[in-house]
Design a protein around this ligand. Structure first.
Ligand SMILES: *Cc1c(COP(=O)(O)O)cnc(C)c1O
Ligand SMILES: [Zn+2]
Length: 409
């Protein structure tokens, strides 16, 4: 195993380094082919059999004793019936990969579990994480589990449920003025000046982002090797999309052409913050930063200021997969949230439902063949941001006594 620059292909031994020394490019964990052999560890502790650690042979932690786990991954795949029958124009298969059931309520747990295990392995006793809320909650929880101090930087606009969750795990929280990129910049500063391990969940931490490929391994297993035609993924800078790409790529490599192929990956952003979609639609090679971000989808409200290259890399992977990028309005996200909870019993935060909103939008545009196999990643739990649900029309009534009850009946 080594680290490899996605830009100039320079390699490094597995040390804690956040970008290529030569060209500042993104680093990823690179496994020699011999590392890709068996998918299942026989000697895995019982509790971890149904987690992402069943793929620990393909994760970067050398010694199982260094794994900091709250039992992340191994998330369910729902087969949609009611929502799909609502979409009478869609005859195919629709699945929801439910990442809301991760230990702290989002897929970020996969990334952070490996990033903090690695921090521990490298001997750090403090981590820093810039976050729109979910990565911070993960970082705080795994730091607590491992006895490492955590400093979390998040925008002042972060939903209060997320801030409370981070504080509950005992982390120090710095609420930073302005958009996510400000928090990102300050976290980098703190990491460099005081030697804190940076577990921010952009492409900074190669070990962390590498863990997200387990989403693809699980999907492939749950679908018994049938590859979805499309996978819809909410994207900020895009490590989750990269993870899915990487996972299928490793499956293609190890299974050869008898096995997996690459699904078309669809990156979904909010109309109020859509730097990658904008570059995609304008046929650009390079992503430029977004100005004012304005959306209820806090988890993907990332203008990419100062790390536009992350967006450019994600865009490249979308195109390599022959996928596309689509933006959705806040109204479309709200509808997807309501539909997911009321037709499928899945309670998602706005960002978590954005994938479904993107699927619906492309369906209605006629861009999705109606007999396709489609998976939407539902990335974050509804408990994390409940304001929008509170504002929705609902079945709430106040009852003072029996006469109110009679009137209601
Ligand atoms: C972080 C996050 C995303 C975006 O993921 P990236 O891969 O970091 O761009 C999507 N959904 C939720 C709920 C998130 O917390
Ligand atoms: Zn490089």
């Amino acid at each position: 195993m080594k680290l490899k620059c996605v830009n100039c292909a320079e390699t490094y031994p597995p040390i804690m380094i956040y970008s290529c020394n030569k060209c500042d490019g993104i680093l990823e964990v690179f496994y020699e082919k011999k590392d890709l052999n068996d998918l299942n560890k026989e000697h895995l502790e019982m509790n971890k059999v149904n987690t992402m650690w069943r793929y620990s042979d393909r994760l970067s932690i050398g010694d199982d004793d260094n794994i900091i786990s709250l039992y992340e991954g191994g998330t369910p795949l729902h087969f949609s019936k009611r929502y799909k029958s609502e979409l009478n124009f869609f005859k195919g298969e629709l699945y929801f990969k439910d990442e809301t059931v991760n230990p702290t309520g989002s897929f970020k747990d996969r990334l952070v579990s490996v990033a903090i295990s690695k921090a521990k392995e490298f001997g750090y006793n403090k981590i820093v994480c810039a976050s729109s809320g979910n990565a911070g909650a993960s970082a705080a929880a795994y730091a607590a589990k491992s006895g490492i101090d955590a400093v979390i930087l998040a925008p002042q606009s972060t939903p209060k449920e997320k801030v409370i969750q981070i504080l509950a795990y005992g982390a120090t929280v710095l609420l930073v003025k302005g958009h996510y990129s400000n928090s990102y910049k300050l976290a980098k500063e703190l990491s460099e000046r005081h030697n804190l391990c940076n577990v921010s969940t952009t492409y900074l931490n190669p070990y962390g982002t590498d863990a997200l490929k387990t989403v693809a391994f699980e999907l492939n297993n749950q679908l018994k090797g049938e590859v979805p035609d499309y996978i819809f993924i909410p994207i900020g800078s895009g490590p989750l999309l990269k993870g899915v790409y990487q996972g299928y790529n490793e499956l293609v490599q190890s299974l050869g052409n008898i096995g997996a192929t690459m699904p078309k990956l669809i990156g979904v952003q909010a109309e109020g913050c859509a730097p990658i979609v904008s570059a995609f639609e304008n046929n650009k090679e390079v992503v430029t930063a977004w100005g004012e971000s304005n959306t209820i989808a806090s988890g993907i409200s990332d203008p990419l200021i100062g790390y536009e290259k992350d967006g450019t890399y994600t865009l490249k992977l979308i195109r390599d997969s022959k996928g596309s990028a689509v933006s959705v309005t806040d109204e479309e996200i709200k509808k997807a949230m309501r539909d997911l909870s009321q037709f499928e019993g899945i309670f998602a935060e706005p960002t978590g439902a954005a994938s479904l909103a993107g699927f619906r939008k492309l369906c209605e545009k006629g861009a999705i063949n109606s007999s396709s196999r489609v998976a939407c990643l539902i990335t974050g739990h509804g408990f994390k941001d409940m304001k929008i649900y509170q504002e929705m029309e609902n079945g709430l009534h106040y009852i003072n006594d029996i006469s109110d009850l009679n009137a209601f009946l």
